[in-house]
Design a protein around this ligand. Sequence first.
Ligand code: GLY
Length: 362
Amino acid sequence: MTTISVHAEHTYSVVVDRNILGLIDEHLSGVSKVAVIHPKSMSEVAGKVRAKLSGVTSIGIEIPDAENAKTTQVLEFCWSALGEAGFTRNDLIISIGGGATTDLAGFVAATWLRGVKVLHVPTTLLAMVDAAVGGKTGINTAAGKNLVGAIYSPIAVICDLDFLSSQSSQDYISGLAEVIKCGFIRDGRILELLESDLAGAKSPTWEHAPEIIARAIQVKAEVVGNDLRETLGTSSGREILNYGHTFGHAVERQENFTWRHGDAVSVGMMFVAQLAYLAGRLDAEVVTRHHDILAGVGLPTKYDAGSFDQLLTNMAIDKKSRGDQLRFIILESVGQPAILQAPDTALLIAAYAKLGQGETHA
Ligand code: GLY
């Protein structure tokens, strides 16, 4: 079992291993009621978890799948359920699900009685290496995605790798994009492990899967521990976790949110790799390395939506850009992120052209 400490508002552990749901019991001291928030697809697991909790009463709160969970209506539904159960400040919310579940349940916990404890049990690779760790919580509103939220850290995160075998292969591979991102921005060992067997890495049963997942979580823990509220604004701040995301979010919007997040981040990383190369900040061989690893595990590395104008507009409204200037996290080498502020539009268009051709520099 690997245990990773996250130093946030308080210090908490992320544990990674197989068959570890029994560890939930260690977090029940002083708790009299537990609310398990989960989507329908996790009903059976939630039932089993509830049946095994000792010395507490529990309720289950079933929410819609994926992004449909992150609405004000579902939030109100959860608040009502907690109210009916007489949920107090000493009680505990447990989330069991993917990133949308941890985002919503975290926000319910942040807002009920101005904050009750929450423990996350992420069931997808994306949630394990990203959403469940770092305390970002929130919902979507008419104004946009994730504009309403809070930083609210869990008391623990339990990553039971047994869940990953029930994910579709495409969803697991999409989650690998965030793992690869962590390799490029900080931990090159992740890249070396992947390169040792790119075909094998596509499966959650791969011998090195536990190690690359734990290493990605360690990267996130270190970055978040250094800049929980993303206020640093430097190349060691939380913003580096957005590597590939500015273009990736623009692609998600362009594709009406039909793309998997990791797939969009994959083309986003290819885009910024090309951009950094064209800006004279990154060697061609690292661009090739992006291509070979991403394509090697089955992630998209080519993207062409026709005109660049709409993508540029999408990037400008991405909340990650500061003020009215576009801002990209780029690499200067593996493990060395940097900030590229307000690049020339001609450079962006040239990087987009390379992305459309799937250029590899090899
Ligand atoms: N997903 C990026 C972050 O947590 O900051």
